[in-house]
Every structure is written in structure tokens, then in C-alpha cells.
Design a protein around this ligand. Sequence first.
Ligand SMILES: *Cc1c(COP(=O)(O)O)cnc(C)c1O
Length: 427
Amino acid sequence: MSKGFRPDTICVQAGWNPKKGEPRVLPIYQSTTFKYDTTEEMGRLFALEDEGYFYTRLQNPTNDAVAEKIAQLEGGVAAMLTSSGQAANFYTIANLCQAGDHIVCSAKVYGGTFNLYAATIRKLGIECTFVDPDAPAEEIDAAFRPNTKAVVGETIANPALTVLDIEKFAALAHAHGVPLIVDNTFATPINCRPFLFGADIVTHSTTKYMDGHAMAVGGCIVDSGNFDWDAYADKFPGLTTPDETYHGVVYTKQFGKKAFITKATAQLMRDLGSIPSPMNSFLLNVGLETLPLRVEKHCSNAKKTAEFLKGHEKVEFVNCAMLEGDRYYETARKYMPSGTCGVLSFGLKGTKEDAVRFMDSLKLCAIVTHVADARTCVLHPASHTHRQMNDEQLREAGVTPGMIRLSVGIENPQDIIEDLAQALEQV
Ligand SMILES: *Cc1c(COP(=O)(O)O)cnc(C)c1O
């Protein structure tokens, strides 16, 4: 399929272009290896001189078709699938940084990303400074160092639900000659395409809305192809100087706009190996086909649910950027005019015990750690993700004892609201 189609068409058809007599549906190439006729043919693949499949850790037709679909959805030049969102975020940093380097990251990011950047990459010699994403540009600017190599944020933060001012972050990153990486998991490219606002690289936990059915953990890295690595060659030697582990290839010279993803595949995937199974990529592809329909329904259901909660006497506050008056309403309108996502949070008036009674009274909304799939689910941070903290520590972390995280599914909105209403009556 040629490029240039609209997102809903890309979701259904991009990535897999069957020729005469081939399967209409993307096949699951459940094969680790691929056959060649001559020694020379395979040799050229190892030399990165020819494109072709030889080992699934490096490339697999099912995985590549789905990566191509996501690249088109984001408006990027190339993408790589990973076995999880965590792997995508780790590889993105590992592809740019080495020991002695530094990154700047929004403090409002997914807990797993926070640990990865605060603790794990630190052990590898890469430091991270966390910044308040809502702080004025000058304040964030002060976090940069000469060895800073990237800036990171989430379009809609999980679970804080803050909305990133992408243009502000892109301007800061570019003023320092480094790329902006945006984790676009919650918004999905249906609601936001960060490349249009200056982001250079996008990552995803495809585990969430892209899969959408809570079936397969996965991740993806997409490169816009816009960042000029050669203009800042000293900062990014991994991309601009010979890779001795690949016969001295210089990624920017040989692969141009696809340098970043080619390096991530040829070097990081080769050495670290967090690939998705072709079966999981197949499931992800099925999810992607209906992504636009589901995202629209998630958003309209979440908005109705947020409006109901906002008007309820037992509810103290609601965080949902689609609600007028929300702190992020204007920012969300700018970056996500069709809606944000199905995840919202709200605070019950009362104690932690009241929240527990509410949770345990729900019948349709399930208590699940996951978010962003078809089924409505809830989590009580004070009892679950933030269980070890006392009330004072909870407030410091921005979590109130009565706060509930609600991932609104695609059921009938009235059924979701009625379930919440009967559980609120028990409080
Ligand atoms: C879930 C999530 C991740 C981690 O993804 P996994 O697929 O669980 O490894 C990263 N970023 C965001 C925003 C997420 O919601």
C-alpha cells in the first residue's frame, strides 16, 4: 500500500502488501530462520549490504509489517517493535547514550520508566534529571548539561494524566542540539502525532490501546527521521562514527534518515534481544485494525463518565483533560483536539477505607493492574501501587487516600456509570 493514506485506512491496510495469490491477512512467520541459496547471498546480509531476513532476533516479516504500520501511523520513517514498552524506552536511551551521558526527563512519567531512568540506567553510568513538566521553560533549561543527549516526556502521563507541552519541550531539546523523545502510549497516534509538534522519536507500550484487548505485552520505537545527527556529530558518535562491530559502518552515512532505527536493530537488538514473538505482533496487528474505532469510543465513554463523577456529591475531584476547567484542558485541546484517552482519575471524599468499600462494591468495573484495554478497570493507588506509603507520603506523591484510577472501557457508558453509581452509594 502506498503512503499518504489517512490513519483509519493505515490501521486496516498498511504494512502487509500481499502479491498475487498470497494471504490477504498478515501471516505469522513463526520461524527463527530464513533460507538462502548461496554463501554469498547470506554474506551480503551479514554485511548489511543487502536487505533481507536471516534471523528473527534481527528481523521478521510479521514483526516488520506491524512496525511499518505504526511508523506510517505516527508519520515516521522507520520503526522497531520490542517485547515490551519498557524495552522500547530502554533501547531508545541506549541507542543515544553511553556511560558519562545524561538525559532530562519529565518527572510525571510511568513508574516503570521512572525506575528505569532514576536507578537502572544510572548503574550503567547514564544520569537522569527529572523536571516538573509544567515548570517555565527557563527552569527546565537549567537541567541541561554539556553531556545531555536526550529529553523525554509522555504525551499523557500514566497515571498522573498531565499533558505534555510538546512544543515547549521540543524547543528546549533542539536549543541544546538533542532530540525530544515522546512516549505516546496513552494518546496513540489516533489522537496525537507528536512529530507534528517537533518530537523526534516516539515510543509506545503497545500493551495498552494499540493491542487494546490485554492480550500481548509489547513496545515500539518510531523515528521521525527529522533529527540531524550529523549536525551534532560530536554528541552522537554511535550514529556518526564507524561501528567496528559491523565492519565499520557509519549509520548516518549508509542509512540516512533510517540511521537511528537501523542502529537500534543492528546493534541493540542483536546484542540485547528483546524482540516480540511473531504471534504477539500478529495479535497487535489485529488490535491496530480497530484502534481508531476503539479510541473514539474510549474517549466518549471517559468524557461521559468524568462528567457523571464531577457532578457527584461524594466525589472530591476528577482528573480528565477532556473536561472543561481541567488544568490540562487547553493543552489537550491543542495537541489532542479529538480527545485524550479513556484513563481518568478521581478522588472520593472520605478515608482510604471508604475507597476500599467503593472498590469492593463494583460489579462491572474490574480491579486490575492493567489500563487501556476494552474492559473497564479500576485501581486504588493507596492500596495497590502506592501501598507502602502513609497518608502524608501519599499526598506528597500526588495521590490522595481516596484517589481511584479508572480506565474506562468500550462497554455501554450507561452500564459503566450505573455500576459506579451503585458503588458510590455503598460509601
Ligand atoms: C505501560 C507503560 C509503559 C511500559 O510498558 P510495558 O509494555 O508494560 O513494558 C511505558 N510507558 C507508559 C506510558 C506506559 O503506560
